[in-house]
Ligand binder design. Structure first.
Ligand SMILES: [Zn+2]
Length: 60
């Protein structure tokens, strides 16, 4: 079986994992109501997506 010849040092492991940190989720403004929403999602505040009403308000 193929095996690594040497143990990987903590430093090497750290160097490889230097780029693995999670990034903060980007938020964009809803074009209709201006609320901060995740990109490519329906706005929960007004129910709009790409300028169209998708969700209808529950009470009203
Ligand atoms: Zn909105």
């Amino acid at each position: 079986m193929a095996n690594p010849k040497r143990k990987l040092s903590r430093a090497s492991k750290g160097h490889r994992r230097a780029h693995l940190a999670l990034e903060r989720t980007q938020l964009v403004r809803c074009t209709h109501c201006g609320a901060m929403i995740k990109p490519h999602t329906i706005c929960k505040a007004c129910g709009h997506y790409r300028g169209r009403q998708i969700l209808v308000a529950e009470n009203g």
